[in-house]
Design a protein. Structure first.
Length: 341
């Protein structure tokens, strides 16, 4: 099947309806609400929609269809399985209803799931920083709750350590995309992996930040986008959150947004770490290593987009344009600061 253009809502709607009518019981469905773009994801296109004529209550509720990034599409079924695993253990997360990991139906891999009735914590923080900051401690508590879950039966790989599994992927991408300039940093990570080799594996979300946590009007939090989830050292998950908050490039549209960007990040990190430490202890040396590794992960992503533009790992063709001038050098300095300890 020819791939649809995920940037065009009309293309998505036509292919989606054809796919949905092949689901048992949905043969006569139509759109009560046509697909419309939700959010502004870096790696994904997400559309919200609602069906008319579905006999099952789950299919009649507000839904979303999510097109994972090229790099993560192969994990679509695994991601859905992890969401179900976490939901069964009390973590609020959207329940997947259908997965097309091969893209046989829409021409691109996709996941259809329920839509949570709320807004992202990032939106709430941007709109009203004083009110939104009250959600930071509950966010940290949610992450700590995730880290306490029993992992027996989790559908994620558990062979070896998380760091070793990460190295395998890094080496493959460096070779494939010709990122030889990152070899010295990877060599440091491999040489110092013993710092975290005695890990106590937990379920890590891998992309835990204010744009992946949603809040309802009554304060219920919902964790979305599990594409980078993994079993491993919980300090990896903490480091991923900190690295995103420190390094994720945002281009402010005005002076006020610039102030919020500059000081809002520091406020979030301070409150987040304080709240998490009340739930679970943090080993500074382990965290430092994982902060270096997570920064390296960003260096790899940027290198991939510079080589092939958005097609490197994004569906969005404007992906590479989101990295401001000097961004790579900033990441490089951050990495070696963490490495030096």
């Amino acid at each position: 099947m020819t791939a649809i253009d995920p940037a065009r809502a009309a293309d998505v709607g036509q292919a989606l309806l054809t796919f949905l009518r092949k689901q048992p019981g949905n043969e006569r469905v139509s759109f009560a609400e046509e697909p419309s773009a939700v959010g502004d994801g870096w790696e994904t296109y997400i559309y919200g929609f609602r069906l008319d004529g579905a006999p099952d209550a789950a299919w009649s509720a507000p839904l979303i269809v999510r097109f994972p990034s090229n790099e993560l599409a192969w994990r679509a079924e695994q991601e859905a399985a992890v969401q179900r695993f976490a939901a069964e253990r009390g973590i609020r997360t959207p329940l997947p209803l259908a997965v097309d990991a091969e893209g046989a139906a829409l021409g691109l891999p996709c996941v259809i799931m329920e839509r949570f009735g709320g807004r992202t914590v990032l939106d709430l923080l941007s709109e009203n920083p004083l009110a939104g900051r009250k959600l930071i401690p509950p966010m940290a508590e949610l992450q700590a709750t995730l880290h306490r879950l029993p992992i027996e039966g989790c559908p994620l790989p558990s062979d070896g350590t998380l760091a070793d599994r990460q190295f395998e992927g890094f080496r493959a991408r460096i070779e494939y995309f010709g990122l030889s300039g990152l070899s010295a940093a990877l060599e440091w990570l491999e040489a110092n992996a013993s710092r975290v080799s005695d890990e106590e594996a937990v379920l890590c979300h891998g992309d835990f930040h204010p744009n992946n946590v949603m809040a309802s009007d009554d304060g219920e939090l919902c964790l979305i986008d599990w594409a980078r989830s993994a079993l491993g050292d919980r300090h990896h998950d903490i480091a991923a959150t900190l690295t995103i908050m420190r390094a994720a490039p945002i281009v402010p549209r005005n002076f006020i947004e610039g102030l919020l960007d500059r000081f809002g990040r520091r406020m979030f990190i301070r409150r987040y770490l304080g709240a998490y430490r009340k739930e679970l202890p943090i080993d500074k040396a382990r965290l430092r290593y994982w902060e270096a590794l997570e920064t390296f992960e960003w260096m790899v992503r940027v290198g991939m987009t510079e080589k092939l533009g958005g097609a490197a790992y994004l569906h969005r063709a404007d992906g590479a344009m989101r990295f401001p001038p000097g961004y790579v050098e900033r990441l490089r300095k951050m990495f070696w600061q963490y490495a030096k300890g």
